[in-house]
Design a protein around this ligand. Structure first.
Ligand SMILES: Cc1cc2nc3c(=O)[nH]c(=O)nc-3n(C[C@H](O)[C@H](O)[C@H](O)COP(=O)(O)OP(=O)(O)OC[C@H]3O[C@@H](n4cnc5c(N)ncnc54)[C@H](O)[C@@H]3O)c2cc1C
Length: 419
């Protein structure tokens, strides 16, 4: 350990916490990850679609999303839904969301997200070399469209992507079929993003955990953090069931529960849980080579561990893990509409998984040092891109805490931007 090495407590052991731990250990710091669950149990990344997607440079808060959200609220099988509640946090979040859903914000956010995404994609190649098999497939991603209107919109996004230096290609139905002949697709056409990748999140989380422990990092499971103590603008310790942990620096990465964890500190991290579901078929009737998004249905489809995973729905809600069968039915219907080899009966008996995406209102992560507590750094709010952006986030945290200047850290990610 170098003389500048510090003891760093990581609050939350999801993919963001583990990535931060990994890069901090590489810099020679002593790291303790505090996680209330059992290994990877509560992690939102586990049941995710496993996509690494520089193609996703448009944040959730974009023009048209408010109208779409209101329209979809009337459809119980819709992929986007805001659960109406008389709740001050939701109202504040909604207010910030509406303010951010404009062309100027999207243009600036796209550049910030692109830089973070491209850095992450590069770092994933290094992670694969160090961690071994994480199921990383560098085959690109297809946005599959069933209507000419959707293809037109996606082609416009593809043009923006190319302007940002992200390769993207509009394809006819025949070209889509030729690109992935392993699965029959009922589509009008699609857009292909060749730089996107997919991986197996379970393999990634397991390999990262193993590597962190090999590097001397400690992961304390069952540590349900109850209190963050402060004195004179410094975090002095965190308390859980096994007592107090004191460290030099603290990294808050509690996912959707981050604001709850930070309660009592002078932080304003507007956050809502974006609940999503996934269904993993171990023996599907066909296995795609390339991951895809069913554009009209907003369903993500990933070949994984010899099977196929279908993930979707963004239910803005309070944190809970209940499964809404109507939305699961929506995912199944969409899958069978786009992939004619699949029947609803293929999904019978498949246990749906639910996870909570940590959603900031402007669609950007909270990333950087807290303005109030110099020894507290925040890394959360990655919404539907947490897996994609995890290595870049981890490297940025390690840079910040090691006195290096971080690559791809935009001022738009400032954690106190809503104060
Ligand atoms: C259906 C679905 C599909 C997705 N697909 C993709 C995809 O293809 N690509 C992509 O990039 N992203 C995807 N995502 C999003 C991605 O999974 C999340 O953005 C990411 O997992 C968030 O990681 P995190 O570490 O910030 O949060 P979490 O995984 O929620 O981790 C936070 C951790 O903090 C712990 N914690 C909270 N409170 C406490 C406490 N008091 N004490 C101790 N520990 C605590 C929790 O137990 C948890 O383990 C998807 C999400 C869903 C739901």
């Amino acid at each position: 350990m170098s003389s500048s090495s510090q003891h760093i407590a990581i609050l939350g052991g999801g993919i963001i916490g583990l990535s931060s731990a990994y890069y901090l250990l590489q810099r020679g710091h002593r790291v303790t990850v505090l996680e209330r669950g059992v290994p990877a149990h509560d992690s939102c990344a586990l049941g995710s679609a496993g996509m690494i997607c520089p193609s996703h440079f448009i944040p959730l808060a974009a023009p048209g999303m408010v109208a779409l959200g209101l329209k979809w609220m009337l459809n119980p099988e819709s992929p986007f839904y805001i659960k109406p509640r008389l709740n001050l946090d939701l109202m504040k979040w909604g207010w910030h969301f509406m303010r951010a859903a404009n062309a100027k914000h999207v243009a600036a956010a796209s550049i910030a997200l692109r830089d973070l995404s491209l850095l992450s994609r590069k770092l994933y190649l290094g992670l694969e070399a160090d961690l071994g098999d994480i199921g990383l497939m560098k085959r690109g991603m297809l946005m599959l469209c069933q209507t000419p209107h959707a293809l037109e919109e996606e082609s416009a996004t593809a043009a923006k992507a190319r302007e940002l230096g992200i390769p993207a290609e509009s394809l006819t139905a025949a070209q889509v079929a030729a690109l992935d002949p392993h699965i029959a697709m009922q589509v009008h056409g699609g857009v292909y993003f060749p730089q996107d990748c997919h991986l197996n999140p379970t393999a990634l989380m397991a390999a990262l955990t193993r590597r962190i422990q090999e590097m001397g990092g400690e992961i304390r499971y069952g540590f349900d953090l109850k209190k963050i103590a402060t004195q004179n603008s410094q975090v002095t310790g965190v308390t859980g069931p096994s007592g107090e942990i004191r460290a030099d620096q603290y990294v808050l990465c509690g996912g959707t529960w981050s604001p709850e964890l930070a309660r009592g500190l002078k932080l304003s991290l507007p956050m809502q849980a974006g609940k999503g579901y996934s269904l993993s078929l171990p023996h599907p009737p066909a296995v795609a080579e390339i991951c895809s998004i069913l554009v009209e249905a907003r369903v993500a489809v990933t070949p994984m561990a010899g099977g196929m995973r279908f993930g979707g729905t963004m239910e803005i809600t309070n944190p809970n893990s209940t499964i809404n069968p109507r939305r699961i039915a929506g995912i199944v219907k969409s899958a069978t509409r786009y992939f004619p080899q699949f029947k609803a009966s293929d999904f019978e008996g498949i246990q749906p998984w639910s996870g909570l995406r940590p959603c900031s209102p402007d669609g950007l992560p909270y990333l950087g040092r807290s303005g109030h507590y110099p020894n507290l750094t925040i890394a959360t709010g990655h919404a539907m891109l947490g897996l994609s952006l995890a290595p870049a986030t981890g490297q940025i945290i390690a840079d910040l805490l090691s006195g290096a200047s971080p690559e791809a850290l935009s001022p738009m990610f400032r954690p106190d931007r809503f104060l």
